[in-house]
Structures are given as C-alpha cells and as structure tokens.
Design a protein around this ligand. Structure first.
Ligand SMILES: Nc1ncnc2c1ncn2[C@@H]1O[C@H](COP(=O)(O)OP(=O)(O)OP(=O)(O)O)[C@@H](O)[C@H]1O
Ligand SMILES: [Mg+2]
Length: 384
C-alpha cells in the first residue's frame, strides 16, 4: 500500500494518480483509492469516478470511498439507537455528525483498503489521503478508541446490562444503549485495529509525503514525518512538487528560484529518505496522458510501486513512560555530534551540518535525559 499525504493543495491527488498510472504501466494490477472526503480523483483524471470500483485503464481500478456509506454499514445500529433516543426526528445528519470524531472519517474509509487486500486481485493499492492533519489524527484514533474500550466501555456495558430491565419497566429503556450498540462499537474497534495493523506494517505500507518548496509547507511536513515515525508508519519517499523548471527560473522569477533552491536543500537535510522532484507545469496536469507524463518526470524509469527505502532512519518509541528517539548517523563520531532541544524541534548537529527533527507534541519542550551515540545510532531519551 502506498499512501500519499501532505499539506492541503500541494498535489497529493495528482501524484497519487500519477503513481497509480505509472505502476499500472509497469505491469502491476493497481487499485487507486481516495479516502479524502473532498474527492478529486475524478477532477485529476478528467472523468467521473464514483463510490464503485471502476477500471479507467487496463490494470487500474479507481474508487472514491464514501465515508458516510461505510459508516452506515457498521454504525447502522448505533444510528438507530440515537434515532430512538433523540425522539426519531433526526435524519441522516446523525451519521454525518458522528464523523466529527477526529480521524474516524479517514479510518472508516481506510477499511476499504482491507477489502481491496482481501480480494487478492491487486498487487498494489495507491491511496490519495486527506491533508496530513486528518491522516495523523487517524493514526491517533485507535489509541483513543482503545482507551475508551478498555477503561470505559466495559464498565458502561456492564452498567447498561444492570439497569436495562429497570429502565425498561420505567419506560426509559430507550435511554440505555442496547447490546447491539455495544456490539457495533466492538466491531468498529476490531476494524480500526486491523487497519492500524496494516498501516504500521512496514512490509506492507509506506507513505509518500508530498511537499512544495515553500517554508511553511516544509516545516509542517517535517512534523508529519516525525509523527508518522512515532506511530511506526514508514515513509519511503518525499516528492517535491511544483519545482520551478530551469527555463522559468530567470528574470522575474530568479529570486523565487533562489528561495526554492534553499528550500530544496533544506528538504534534503530534513528527510533522510529518497527525494523526487516534479516540475511546475504550465497548466494543470489533468487527464491520463498528462499524469502518466508526471509519473515519468518523478520516477523516470523506476517502478513507482517499488519500496524506495525500507529503513526507518528516525525512530521514536515510548518505553517505560519515556520517549526515545533514535537517529541513524552512520559515519558520525561522538565528538562531532551535538543535540539541543529548540522549542518543538530537536537540533542535531553533525560537524557543520544541522538537522532539525520536529518533535511530536508529547515530547516537545521536554528536556533531554540522556543522549548517546552507539554504533552509528544516536539515541536520545527525553524526561518523562
Ligand atoms: N506540478 C504541477 N504543476 C502545475 N499544477 C499542478 C502540479 N501539481 C498539481 N497541480 C495542480 O494543483 C491543483 C492542486 O493539486 P491536487 O488536487 O493534486 O492537490 P491536493 O494536495 O490533492 O489538494 P487537496 O489538499 O485539496 O486534496 C490541481 O489543480 C492540480 O492540477
Ligand atoms: Mg486531493
């Protein structure tokens, strides 16, 4: 599975479609899925795409998943209960409003991934995700749901059993969630867990982060990269989209091109994974031919479906309540390396090069408890 994400408007959809088309040209059977509720696969392809799988070119099937329809499938019971509870005068809005649970919408859509996998008909599933914010919330969602299930849910369910018969007698039965509601929750939880399992399986899933060579976008993407690492989701490449082509980089645009070059070298320092470039086109790359062309510019002759790196050069994990950060620094020696927490970033200097690693909110601002370099790996432990 290859997920494409990044800040809003950077070109995720265009590059997801390009990757899928390129992979199909390399002979793979490809499924292209959009989980962003603001679907735009159709816009990029220049033709209608719906919630049903549709073969657009030989070897490429496309689908825009409807989160609402997916939610209805498992939350039907919950919805019915809410209907009863709220007096039956609520319409579809209820289901829609459940989607405000951060991350739920994406997760529900991502269940479609399991189904694609289950058919066994495809070699690769390319996913056009919502902007990074919701993709990252999606990764956090299973944790929240698990806490809810463990701490609260069991208790609630038992309590509901105890009071249901009394409540029924008092005519207040509709206020107590029936067993089916709990069952629906439990099914959802299992689904969520299995999606998370797929996402954090580095053998099966990788993320392509799409950026533009602009400061704010790079800064946010650095943070996303750290988060993805923290949640164990591997990024196998960064795609820099909308790079000014050399022929456009003179005259009026010369200073822009200069700024871009700085950003691009910042990107190369920030993301220790392969970096691909896509030039700014003179018009929107829309349609199959244009996006095949885009894939060629990005990947050259390489197979877009391949894994460009299996390494996770920055690893974050939590052990005994402490967050540990590991960074591969293969050729560094102890006296060359320096670490410093600077706001919500960790600045790692090796000789005169400095890498800025965005820290997730859970450790930002924490002091470094210990740092050491052992066999080319820098380990930083933060205060709990
Ligand atoms: N390299 C490029 N050169 C010129 N235009 C581009 C390029 N890449 C993307 N575009 C155009 O930019 C617009 C936004 O691209 P796209 O929809 O792929 O971004 P997105 O990241 O998916 O946006 P959203 O966050 O809204 O989903 C589209 O009109 C697209 O055709
Ligand atoms: Mg998009």
């Amino acid at each position: 599975m290859v997920l494409h994400t990044g800040k809003g408007g950077v070109g995720k959809t265009s590059l997801a479609v390009a990757t899928a088309l390129g992979a199909a040209q390399h002979g793979h059977r490809v499924f292209l899925l959009s989980t962003d509720s603001a679907h735009s696969l159709g816009d990029a392809l220049g033709r209608d795409v719906g919630a049903r799988p549709l073969e657009v070119v030989p070897g490429l099937v496309v689908q825009e998943v409807s989160a609402l329809a997916e939610l209805d499938r498992s939350w039907g019971e919950i919805q019915e209960w809410l209907h009863a509870l709220l007096g039956g005068d609520v319409d579809e809005l209820v289901a829609e409003e459940l989607l405000v649970f951060p991350g739920l919408e994406e997760l529900v859509s991502l269940r479609a991934i399991r189904e694609v996998e289950a058919t066994g008909d495809y070699d690769v599933c390319v996913v056009d995700c919502a902007p990074t914010g919701s993709t990252l919330r999606l990764l956090r969602f299973p944790d929240v749901l698990r806490l809810f299930m463990e701490k609260f849910f069991d208790f609630e369910r038992k309590a509901a059993r105890a009071v249901r018969s009394v409540a029924n007698r008092l005519g207040a039965g509709r206020l107590v969630a029936p067993e089916e509601v709990f069952d629906a929750f439990e099914r959802l939880y299992r689904d969520v867990e299995s999606v998370r399992h797929i996402l954090s399986d580095t053998e099966r899933t990788s993320v392509r982060l799409v950026v533009n060579p602009a400061r704010v976008i790079v800064a946010e993407t650095r943070r996303s990269f750290a988060y993805l690492n923290l949640y164990g989701v591997a990024t196998d490449a960064v795609i820099v989209n909308r790079v000014l082509p050399t022929e456009a980089a003179g005259g009026y645009f010369a200073r822009w091109a200069e700024r871009e070059r700085e950003e691009i070298s910042e990107i190369e320092r920030s993301f220790p994974v392969p970096i691909f470039h896509a030039p700014l086109h003179s018009s929107e790359p829309v349609g199959i031919d244009a996006l095949r062309g885009l894939a060629k510019l990005v990947y050259g002759d390489r197979d877009p479906a391949q894994r460009f790196t299996c390494a996770r050069p920055i690893r974050l994990d939590r052990r005994d309540g402490r967050t540990r950060l590991e960074i591969d620094l293969p050729h560094a020696t102890r006296d060359e390396v320096d670490v410093l927490v600077h706001g919500d970033e960790l600045w790692v200097s090796v000789r005169d090069a400095r890498r800025r690693v965005a820290l997730p909110a859970s450790v930002a601002g924490r002091a470094v408890a210990a740092a050491r370099l052992e066999r080319g790996v820098l380990e930083v432990v933060f205060e709990p």
